[in-house]
Design a protein around this ligand. Structure first.
Ligand code: FMN
Length: 264
């Protein structure tokens, strides 16, 4: 007897609720293919970026073993030892977008009923980086990805304008989500870091991505808030909104914040 385990999440239908997160098991076409053949309902690709990434050469994972007798933890394989933990210090995918694009297409063509989410990452703080997010999003969805996951969570990026540094900053969460939503035709997920005081704050900022400036104008009246956050919101949020409108000052005027003197 077959049991229906299907679920629908953010409008995407999964044949079962088992989704592999972005990590080494999803770093290649062969790994993703094996995951689907093994029955996983969906896969989030290893995070794809546009900046050059150099990962540690050779075996990236080190497996530590221990025995109940001596509690010694080491990589050495020895009789009676069981797996204790693993180490891995890799960054995001070291494969380029050009490498991923045909593979996303091939995987989706081979497994049309499985869910393939493209994890993407770029920087923040200027229009060039926001355009990188858009390029990644448009390419992945153009090749057939069912959804986009924005990596706001990686804790050990080699750049300060990326990963969990975005996820710890509600202004950046909002602006980046807005930029991606502007081009996205598929559902957008924001992967947040738990390393923040109140994750609800950043989650809410992602939700209101396309209403960012409205919230900026309210929050800017709250002088008790962190000045750095206000400055970033002013610089990145309003500049991005103004660029989208085509008129450097119209979006700010529309939101009644031209007096802040922060248009395009
Ligand atoms: C070796 C390794 C590599 C990872 N690479 C990525 C990545 O490229 N992108 C990403 O969003 N998360 C990455 N993650 C995070 C995982 O997707 C996941 O969120 C994390 O491991 C927590 O889940 P867990 O408790 O089931 O391990 C990585 C995790 C590990 C251990």
């Amino acid at each position: 007897m077959s049991v229906d385990r299907s679920v629908t999440f953010t409008g995407i239908r999964f044949e079962n609720p088992f989704l592999l997160s972005s990590a080494p098991p999803t770093e290649s076409e062969s790994n993703i293919t094996r995951a689907f053949e093994a029955g996983w309902g969906g896969v989030v690709t290893k995070t794809i970026g546009l900046h050059p990434v150099v990962n540690v050469y050779g075996a990236k994972a080190k497996f530590m073993r221990t025995t109940p007798d001596d509690a010694n933890v080491s990589m050495k394989k020895r009789p009676g030892a069981a797996l204790h933990s693993s180490w891995n210090w890799e960054l995001i995918s070291d494969k380029t977008l050009e490498w991923w694009a045909p593979r996303i297409r091939r995987i989706k063509e081979a497994f049309p009923n499985k869910v393939l989410i493209a994890s993407i990452m770029a920087g923040s703080g200027n229009d060039k980086e926001l355009k990188h997010w858009q390029e990644l999003a448009e390419t992945a969805q153009g090749e057939g990805a069912d959804g986009l996951e924005l990596n706001f969570s990686c804790p050990h990026m080699d750049r300060r304008d990326m990963g969990s540094n975005i996820g710890k900053d509600q202004g950046l969460c909002s602006v980046v989500t807005e930029a991606v939503k502007e081009v996205a035709k598929v559902p957008v997920w924001c992967k947040l870091t738990p390393a923040t005081a109140d994750i609800v704050v950043e989650a809410a900022a992602c939700f209101r991505g396309d209403r960012f400036i409205e919230h900026f104008s309210i929050d800017s009246a709250d002088r008790s808030r962190d000045a750095r956050v206000r400055d970033q919101r002013r610089r990145f949020g309003v500049e991005w909104g103004a660029r989208r409108s085509g008129d450097p000052s119209s979006r700010a005027r529309q939101d009644g914040i031209a007096h802040e003197g922060v248009s395009g």
